[in-house]
Design a protein around this ligand. Structure first.
Ligand code: ES4
Ligand code: ZN
Length: 325
């Protein structure tokens, strides 16, 4: 339809994307074979059939299993270049990628292999397709916070890190556990974001703001439960990187037409739409925007507002922002 055409052609910005969550079943099966990693699915169809989730934890189990086929630097290069080629096809001009180094280190993969592969693909996509990017190192909140500072310092020494994030199982793992590594990140001049208010309560969003000093909240959809928090987010123009397909797949909302994005925008919040783990949740950025706007009776005007919000929320230079508008 007309709205779909408009959104597909619109220059777009992705701000909430886990690179490991772009591992499509085809590449998953191919890498499992190439690297001799035993995974419970033998076919592409069996892998897709396993992508049915009850909540965040049931998803994470499948996601970390998938990530275990990534072993060599070229695996990370191929994964990232395949994603950047999707960006080219979807008119995504700037993308900010999360990665989960602790998972790969636990799998015995060197940090230099992970970052070397990702950074080389980002460089090639910038050179060949003029897609700008930023790489955000995610700390996994369901692991021990203690080794995080040394990891961050090692990653920064390798180059290409724009910011720090906080992801994985939210409930029972409040942001305040990660105060030290976020403080070090700020002192190093890094950007700071955290997943909060996806499954967790508004108190976790407050902590992300007040203890971790984050510049954006990833998800944040539960903020509407706390009017004082909404005032804070509106007054400080804190972006919320909302991922509608993810929220439905993980049963944060029962269906897309029940999503609260329309209410977030009406409250004056700086909400944006993103794709989170598109290989697992059924679509990339264009599909997320088109289906969400359509199911919530939003318009092309709203699509423009969402993309202007995303440009404002992006971690790139003002000059690059001008060229994205
Ligand atoms: C994630 Cl949807 C989501 N939430 C938290 N952590 C994650 N890591 C990858 N996807
Ligand atoms: Zn996420």
């Amino acid at each position: 339809g007309m709205l779909a055409d408009f959104v597909e052609e619109l220059p777009k910005v992705e701000l909430h994307l886990h690179i490991e969550g772009t591992l499509e079943p085809e590449l998953l099966i191919a890498l499992a074979q190439r690297n001799g990693v035993d995974i419970p699915y033998k076919t592409i169809e069996a892998a897709r059939a396993a992508y049915q989730f009850e909540d965040l934890q049931s998803f994470l189990n499948v996601y970390y299993l998938g990530a275990s086929v990534l072993r060599e630097e070229r695996d990370f290069y191929e994964l990232t270049l395949a994603y950047m080629s999707r960006c080219k096809a979807q008119q995504i001009r700037h993308t900010e990628l999360f990665f989960d180094p602790q998972t790969h280190l636990a799998n015995g993969v060197a940090l230099a292999a992970v970052m070397g592969g990702i950074n080389a693909a980002l460089r090639d996509a910038e050179r060949d397709w003029h897609i700008s990017s930023a790489l955000i190192l995610c700390i996994e909140r369901d692991r021990d916070p203690q080794p995080a500072v040394a990891l961050l310092e090692r990653a920064c020494a390798l180059g290409g890190i724009a910011g720090i994030g906080l992801d994985s199982a939210e409930l029972g793992n409040p942001p305040e556990k990660f105060q030290e590594v976020f403080k070090v990140a700020k002192s190093m001049g890094l950007h700071r974001v955290a997943h909060a208010g996806e499954e967790g309560p508004p108190a976790y969003i407050w902590q992300a703001l007040d203890v971790l000093d984050v510049e954006r909240i990833d998800h944040g959809v539960r903020c509407l439960e706390d009017p004082a928090l909404v005032r804070r987010l509106v007054d400080d123009r804190i972006p919320l990187t909302v991922c509608p397909f993810s929220n439905v797949a993980l049963k944060v909302f029962s269906r897309l037409s029940e999503h609260n994005l329309g209410r977030l925008l009406k409250a004056g919040l700086l909400a944006t739409i993103h794709s989170d783990d598109p290989a697992y949740f059924g679509g990339y950025l264009s599909e997320n925007i088109i289906e969400t706007l359509s199911d919530l009776d939003l318009t092309a005007e709203d699509a423009l507002l969402l993309e202007r919000n995303a440009v404002e929320a992006a971690f790139c230079t003002d000059q690059r922002k001008q060229s994205l508008l």
